[in-house]
Design a protein around this ligand. Structure first.
Ligand SMILES: Cc1cc2nc3c(=O)[nH]c(=O)nc-3n(C[C@H](O)[C@H](O)[C@H](O)COP(=O)(O)OP(=O)(O)OC[C@H]3O[C@@H](n4cnc5c(N)ncnc54)[C@H](O)[C@@H]3O)c2cc1C
Length: 538
């Protein structure tokens, strides 16, 4: 990617010139907090060193082009190393100067951000610089680890032990038991045995700084559409913003194969792409994301709000925003432990799950848009999809465009007014018994994959006894926060709630993002009022 002459001159005003000798390493795979380098004269190359020491050149950076990838905006570790192939003059733009540039030079920021997103996309596609995951395609921990890599946009290569003799031999040599799988090889980390998401996030540079006590203006809990939108508005309006996310950015939206009704994307956008764009947008304005950190408790502590994390660390904020969304309820299925081992119950339908059940019969349970989208998406990969809906009709719960597409799809069978009553074993197979409520008629379906997308439960267990919740556990808002009535204020002054977790909210990406944006002006008002009160008291 090269820039026009005038833009290039402006870019140069942010950096300092350096001359580097042939073979000089500018940064290494695994380094974090990288500067940006622009090639003025000469040539750089980006390369990956494989585990066997083999060096693979991924791409060259020619005169007028710049280095940089997703790790320019956060504390992610570099997936590639960079060296000069000949004596070269480069311009080094430090992190601090880059932050200034990103906020004040819209066109340059656009060029840099899009180049970086594109490069990560390419690395994801080719699997360069990423991890190697060795496990079994049907193992839930392997699926969890792969899902984490995909959703956090880290390339990985998967090797199935049951299909690859060399991998099976390696697992044996390393004395990995079944419980140790998946075995994950990360650059510079050696072997990780069935690592937790946190154990992956730390070496990848996603977990952020976890000192015992951190201070900020606003702590946002949850990085779904609501939390990310709030982070963009808060950080861009000058609030020091820390976002806590227990799993991966994007929330429920991040598990959607395609969101077609979000404004501004005429052909739709995948949930993961939307999340990746929003994450970079928030970081570009200076918001800090701490991934794999779950909030465990929230309380008022003097003039501050303390958000306690599972590992004992505390975020001390002037205000807090709960955007922890919801998750699908578990399906209450009757099945033997033998069946439970063979049947995978999924709560998302992303390309990873699609790969998992390619060519097989699958069942999707649910009558909402998410179930409809999942059924349509899976119908392109599975041999057949059965959509099981408790209600007699879809018209009240699903968008018309989805109903039309499902009804005309020969690869989808609709079972309205029905439910799965049990899963039975039949030799090596497992059979789901679907019962129609009106006449108790049963149909049987041989399957190993059930996707459940039924009624969402709010992620508020950790708030019971702290915030006022409605009968279903959603956060009640519309309270008075320090004398000011606010649509999004909870029962605890200084703590606000937005998105799916809020009682009475519309459960949509656009409304979650809209609430995330709108709440920031209320938080500004609260902070100004709280500041005035403390000055009067002093
Ligand atoms: C498969 C699917 C498809 C969908 N398709 C569409 C669509 O096409 N159009 C549409 O408008 N809507 C769609 N929706 C609904 C939409 O995704 C949600 O309304 C939206 O994501 C809600 O955003 P949110 O930020 O409020 O919550 P969420 O998206 O639920 O995000 C909450 C985040 O908080 C995190 N979290 C939870 N507890 C904690 C904690 N204690 N500490 C730290 N982090 C925590 C979670 O891990 C999560 O990342 C779909 C939903 C699904 C599941």
């Amino acid at each position: 990617m090269t820039l026009a002459h005038e833009a290039f001159k402006r870019l140069c005003s942010y950096g300092k010139e350096e001359t580097v000798a042939p073979g000089s390493i500018l940064f290494r795979q695994g380094d974090a907090g990288l500067d940006l380098f622009v090639v003025l004269k000469g040539r750089l190359e980006m390369f990956e060193t494989k585990r066997d020491g083999f060096v693979h050149v991924v791409h060259a950076v020619a005169e007028g082009a710049f280095t940089g990838e997703l790790d320019l905006f956060n504390s992610r570790r570099s997936l590639l190393s960079c060296r000069a192939t000949r004596r070269s003059d480069v311009l080094r733009i430090s992190r601090e100067r880059l932050q200034v540039l990103l906020q004040s030079e819209g066109d340059l920021a656009e060029a840099i951000v899009f180049a970086c997103l594109g490069r990560r996309e390419e690395l994801m596609r080719a699997g360069h610089g990423g991890a190697v995951v060795i496990g079994s395609a049907r193992c839930s921990d392997t699926l969890r680890v792969r899902d984490f890599f995909v959703r956090s946009r880290n390339p990985h290569r998967f090797v199935d032990v049951s299909l690859n003799e060399d991998a099976a031999a390696l697992v044996h040599l390393l004395e990995c038991s079944n419980a140790d799988l998946p075995a994950v090889f990360l650059a510079g980390q050696g072997l990780l045995r069935n690592p937790s998401n946190r154990e992956l996030a730390e070496p990848l540079g996603l977990a952020g700084k976890t000192v015992p006590r951190r201070e900020c203006d606003l702590a946002i809990i949850g990085a779904g559409p609501a939390g990310l939108a709030a982070a963009v508005y808060a950080a861009s309006e000058g609030l020091h913003t820390v976002v806590l996310e227990r799993h991966a950015t994007g929330g429920q939206a991040g598990t959607s194969s395609r969101i077609e009704n979000y404004l501004g994307f005429p052909t739709g956008i995948s949930g993961q792409q939307l999340a990746a764009n929003a994450e970079i947008q928030a970081q570009r304005f200076g918001a800090e994301l701490l991934i794999t950190h779950a909030a465990g408790r929230i309380c008022h502590c003097g003039e501050r709000i303390d958000v306690e994390l599972g590992d004992g660390a505390v975020i001390q904020a002037k205000a807090a925003l709960v955007a922890t969304g919801a998750r699908y309820r578990r399906l209450d299925l009757e099945m033997s432990s033998d069946c439970a081992e063979k049947v995978a119950v999924h709560y998302a339908a992303t390309p990873l799950e699609a790969l998992h059940c390619a060519g097989e019969v699958v069942i999707v349970v649910g009558g909402g848009n998410s179930a409809g989208q999942a059924a349509l998406f899976l119908s392109r990969h599975a041999s057949h999809v059965h959509l099981v809906v408790r209600r007699d009709t879809l018209s009240e719960t699903m968008s018309n465009y989805l109903i039309q597409r499902l009804s005309s799809n020969p690869n989808v069978t609709l079972h309205c007014g029905a439910a799965i009553s049990r899963i039975e074993a039949s030799g090596e197979n497992t059979i789901a018994v679907i019962v129609r409520a009106s006449d108790r008629r049963q149909s049987q379906c041989v399957t190993r994959n059930i996707f459940t997308m039924i009624g969402a439960a709010p992620n508020t267990e950790w708030l019971e006894g702290t915030l006022a919740l409605d009968a279903a556990g959603f956060i009640v808002t519309g309270n008075t926060s320090d004398g000011i009535r606010s649509t999004y204020a909870t029962s605890l002054p200084g703590v606000f709630a937005v998105g799916d977790v809020r009682s009475g909210s519309v459960k949509r990406v656009a409304s979650a993002a809209g609430e995330g944006a709108a709440v920031i002006s209320e938080i500004h008002r609260y902070l100004a009022e709280a500041c005035a009160v403390s000055m009067t008291a002093a």
